[in-house]
Design a protein around this ligand. Structure first.
Ligand code: NAI
Length: 318
């Protein structure tokens, strides 16, 4: 296909690429000219075991399609060695798909410290470690694309997944800041919340849904977000079964108490309907927009008149 989006020569790391979504992302990039590092430690869905077979199989599949790929069997917690595999094999890294994941589902009152720590280590620390090792390379070359994989469980919560929800939503926070820090260097960072049939979901979804929710329906969004023509950064997307949508924060107009007069829980209670009313809601997209009504309220009183703080400026240290 002459007009298809291509990744010729781009070096892509896909973590957890031995199965499910990661495998599909890796095949897509491999079929479109990328050099792919297929990372997978080959464990079970609860984080136990280890095998090179899963990654090796996907490397062979990519090669059979005429693509270039190497395997890496390290845990994502060892992000530096995954990036080293990319640099040793292909000289650089352009794209990182943080996808590896496991589950330790149990209700919060039964959750052990191990259940919590393992999930945070694989999802959050793993995505940090791979991205952190790739970051200086991307900054130096003025090009980079990173995708985080969150979950509806993180965005909305889900019974029995306190550890997973917390780690997954933490990735959105990480991506929000990396998108801001990477923007001027053409390093874009987006997050997907996919839904797809895989060994992770086959225990909770009926077989006909597993069959219908193909991982193939998620990879095209990942491909577009990572293409050099795509300007999107800091986005959060729900994707699956052909459905694609972007999420954003919505905030009520809110209510501000006049400063200097004092207010307590009684005034909060009295004004509750205004505080929680989403009619005429607004959509802050950054910390300055978030702070604006607070600062307006402060300035409307007496705190030194118009001393607005440029938080971006204050926190920037290039
Ligand atoms: P999967 O179980 O089919 O694939 C995950 C792969 O990650 C496995 O091959 C596994 O060996 C690998 N892996 C696990 N821990 C690893 C580690 N420490 N280092 C390297 N590789 C490791 O699962 P699936 O469904 O493809 O999930 C992919 C990602 O998408 C996960 O992050 C998951 O949490 C997320 N996700 C999936 C959803 C779905 O509907 N399938 C829903 C929401 C999020």
């Amino acid at each position: 296909m002459a007009d298809q989006l291509r990744y010729d020569g781009k070096v892509v790391i896909v973590t957890g690429a031995g199965n499910g979504l990661g495998r599909q992302h890796a095949l897509m990039f491999g079929a479109r000219g990328a050099h792919v590092v297929v990372n997978d430690l080959g464990g079970n869905i609860h984080g136990g075991g280890k095998s090179s077979a899963a990654a090796d199989k996907v490397v062979e599949e990519i090669k059979a399609l005429g693509g270039k790929a190497v395997a890496n069997y390290d845990s994502v917690e060892d992000g530096a060695s995954i990036v080293k595999t990319a640099v040793d094999a292909f000289g650089t890294v352009d794209i990182v798909i943080n996808n590896a994941g496991i589950l330790r589902d149990t209700s919060f009152h039964k959750m052990t410290v191990d259940d919590w720590n393992l999930i945070v280590r694989v999802h959050l620390n793993g995505s940090f470690a791979v991205s952190h090792a790739a970051w200086p390379i991307m900054r130096d070359k003025g090009y980079g694309r990173i995708v985080m994989t969150t979950s509806a469980a993180g965005i909305y919560g889900n019974f029995g997944q306190a550890n997973y929800s917390a780690a997954k939503l933490a990735l959105v926070g990480l991506a929000n800041t990396l998108a801001q820090e990477g923007r001027s260097k053409n390093v874009h960072v987006n997050t997907i919340a996919p839904i797809a049939g895989s060994r992770l979901t086959e225990t909770v979804l009926p077989p006909e849904l597993i069959e219908a929710l193909k991982p193939e329906y998620v990879s095209p969004l990942v491909g577009w977000l990572c293409h050099e023509d795509c300007r999107e950064t800091g986005g959060l997307f729900e994707v699956g079964a052909g459905y694609h949508a972007k999420l954003r924060w919505e905030r009520t107009r809110g209510h501000s108490f006049k400063l200097g007069r004092g207010f307590g829980p009684d005034e909060v209670a009295k004004n509750w309907s205004k505080i929680v009313d989403f009619k005429d809601g607004e959509y802050p997209t950054n910390i300055n927009e978030s702070m604006a009504p607070l600062l307006t309220n402060m300035n409307s009183k007496s705190l030194g008149g118009n001393e607005f703080i440029d938080l971006d400026e204050a926190s920037r240290s290039e």
